[in-house]
Design a protein around this ligand. Structure first.
Ligand SMILES: *Cc1c(COP(=O)(O)O)cnc(C)c1O
Length: 374
């Protein structure tokens, strides 16, 4: 190295892509508190409080509720690897990138995976999923609640009964929904749900909240073969979080401080007030965008409040250049399209702390400044 880099200087961005989302000052302050040991009784207290607050946000009494080390994808992998054994039939609903990724995780766990697909931008008709559950009689059914690649909110309230009739577990990807939409794990009969800290929880990326029902844990404790990951094995990690407290791996101590503070802020605001705030910010943005002839690419009946999927207008020749200009000239990040929507859609996130009127105005003003004049 010829010269030592200068200490970090970073711009302040308005984060309005598909995550990470804006992080409140008090969460950053929590992150900067003194690191203590991962076996320190004071840290055990932090973990207990994180678990209790996660139970409140997931709306569950599940004992096995914890913050998995790693991002949302690690949480997804923890669920897939612990619940799927070689040869297990899995039914995975794919209506965007993230369903497809979960299918791949189940395959790597040795599962025999059947996927069903819905058109991108559309939600599944639950009756269709239920029919496939009866037909296939899988051991696991998986669906994405808030598809961040398509902006679709998937109704999930009718699936558990059909799954449980065949002793299948219902797994739901709540990475983008948790903290921005009601997830209601116990009410909907969800057996396993996972999320990530950097979407509607408004915390930096690094932890994945995970919750498993007793039915799911029964599957884990009665496995015939060991989990194909040592790091994500719930019988080991679970012990550290909820059991004997035996050392497994060093918990990301400061990230847990940050999650603690972000969950505290959520519960202080109140879940309903928070969901309401996401809805009203979305309605305002939608109205402002539609006035400017932007079209949504997601089914209007099933559009997510926290992720607005809009078509890139035809007059825009280079969509990436427009996003770059938003970032460098206005300090605003929005997301490009993912998968089938790459190059043709933009993803405007209104997640967590960023779901506010002032942020909507900043986004719209910046768009007005960078869009080619009609
Ligand atoms: C972001 C996201 C993930 C992956 O989470 P990472 O934190 O990027 O690992 C999974 N599912 C959905 C729906 C997401 O939005």
């Amino acid at each position: 190295m010829s010269t030592l880099p200068a200490p970090l200087e970073l711009p302040t961005r308005l984060l309005h892509g598909p995550g990470p989302s804006p992080v409140p000052e008090s969460v950053l302050a929590a992150l900067a508190k003194p690191t203590i040991g991962h076996m320190d009784p004071e840290f055990m207290r932090v973990m207990n409080e994180v678990r209790e607050m996660l139970q409140a946000v997931f709306e569950t009494e599940n004992q096995m509720t914890l913050a998995c080390s790693g991002t949302g994808s690690a949480g997804a992998e923890m669920v897939a690897l612990n619940l799927v054994e070689p040869g297990d039939r899995c039914l995975v609903c794919v209506h965007g990138v993230f369903g497809g990724r979960f299918a791949e995780k189940c395959r790597r766990a040795g599962g025999e995976v059947t996927t069903i697909e819905a058109e991108w931008g559309q939600a599944f008709d639950q009756a269709e999923v239920i029919a496939r559950i009866h037909e296939l009689q899988p051991k696991l059914v998986m669906i994405v609640h808030a598809e961040t690649s398509t902006g679709v909110l998937q109704p999930i309230d009718q699936l558990a009964d059909a799954a449980h009739q065949h002793d299948a577990l219902l797994v739901v990807d709540c990475v983008t929904s948790l903290g921005g939409l009601p997830v209601r794990v116990d009410h909907h009969g969800i057996d396993a749900a996972f999320s990530g800290t950097q979407k509607c929880l408004s915390c930096p990326p690094g932890l994945a909240p995970v919750t498993l029902s007793e039915r799911a844990m029964h599957r884990v404790t009665n496995r015939k073969s060991p989990v194909r990951s040592w790091y994500l094995d719930l019988s080991l990690v679970g012990n550290y979080w909820t059991g004997s407290r035996a050392y497994h791996h060093t918990a990301p101590v400061n990230m847990n401080y940050a999650l603690h503070e972000s969950l505290r802020l959520i519960l202080e605001e109140g879940l309903d007030a928070r969901y309401e705030r996401h809805q009203s910010a979305h309605q305002l943005l939608k109205q402002q965008l539609e006035q400017r002839d932007f079209a949504y690419a997601s089914d209007p009946e099933h559009s997510l409040p926290m992720l607005n999927l809009i078509r890139v207008p035809e007059e825009v020749a280079d969509e990436a250049a427009v996003r770059r200009q938003l970032l460098t000239e206005h300090g605003i990040e929005i997301g490009g399209g993912l998968g089938k929507f790459a190059g043709v859609c933009w993803r405007v996130g209104l997640m967590g702390h960023g779901a506010r009127e002032a942020n909507v105005s900043a986004i719209v003003e910046a768009l007005d400044a960078v869009m080619p004049a009609n």
